[in-house]
Design a binder for this molecule. Structure first.
Ligand code: ATP
Ligand code: MG
Length: 185
């Protein structure tokens, strides 16, 4: 019997935000243990302000825990350099933010292609074809040359999904990605 190793493994992850006055320290995550295995889909639910985005940002290497360990693909983030973490994030993780975070000066397809810039091994044409196919798939095939300000909230969200998928991530993290979508989307 093979023992499966989690893709994401959190051990006693705590996050405090300290304020100038120590009494006002905000304790957001109070010791999270969570293992996510290959192929699993997990939803984290809770009221506004309960720490969902904080947890997701820590899993996505965008924020660091106050204490505890975060393993992504068997590597403990505390043992990696900033460059190694950036590479891991760019290669292995797709992140759909609560706000779409598109670059306003780039068109829809340019925003989708941004995460591919560090990876010249595939030719630009392959990425463009893939971006076009994914944009078609989410119903944005006729919006590729539009700028973010020309898109609706739900269209921006679908664009963010495509951008998160362009590098074939091993881990896909999505922060309330369905808020502005209709049921079918
Ligand atoms: N930089 C900060 N300094 C102090 N407190 C913070 C900071 N960032 C977030 N918080 C607090 O941490 C708590 C968790 O915030 P978080 O954004 O993770 O919540 P959430 O569950 O994603 O909420 P929502 O559903 O509204 O998106 C909130 O009470 C927030 O006020
Ligand atoms: Mg949130």
């Amino acid at each position: 019997m093979s023992v499966e190793i989690p893709v994401i493994d959190l051990k006693s992850v705590k996050k405090y935000y300290s304020r100038l006055n120590e009494k006002n320290e905000v304790s957001v995550l109070r010791g999270i243990d969570l293992s996510v295995y290959k192929g699993e889909s997990i939803a984290v639910t809770g009221p506004s302000g309960s720490g969902k985005s904080t947890l997701l940002n820590i899993m996505g290497t965008l924020d660091k825990p106050t204490s505890g360990e975060v393993f992504l693909l068997e590597q403990e983030l505390g043992t990696l350099t900033d460059d190694e973490i950036s590479l891991l994030r760019n290669r292995k993780i797709g992140f759909i933010f609560q706000e779409s975070h598109m670059l306003p000066q780039c068109t829809a397809i340019e925003n989708v292609l941004l995460p591919t810039i560090p990876f010249p091994e595939k030719s630009g044409n392959d990425y463009e074809k893939k971006a076009q196919d994914l944009l078609d798939y989410v119903g944005l095939g006729d919006r590729i040359d539009h700028y973010p300000y020309e898109l609706s909230g739900g269209e921006l969200m679908r664009l963010a999904v495509v951008r998160a998928l362009i590098n074939d991530p091993v881990i896909l993290l999505a922060d309330e990605p369905t808020g502005s979508l209709d049921n079918e989307s």
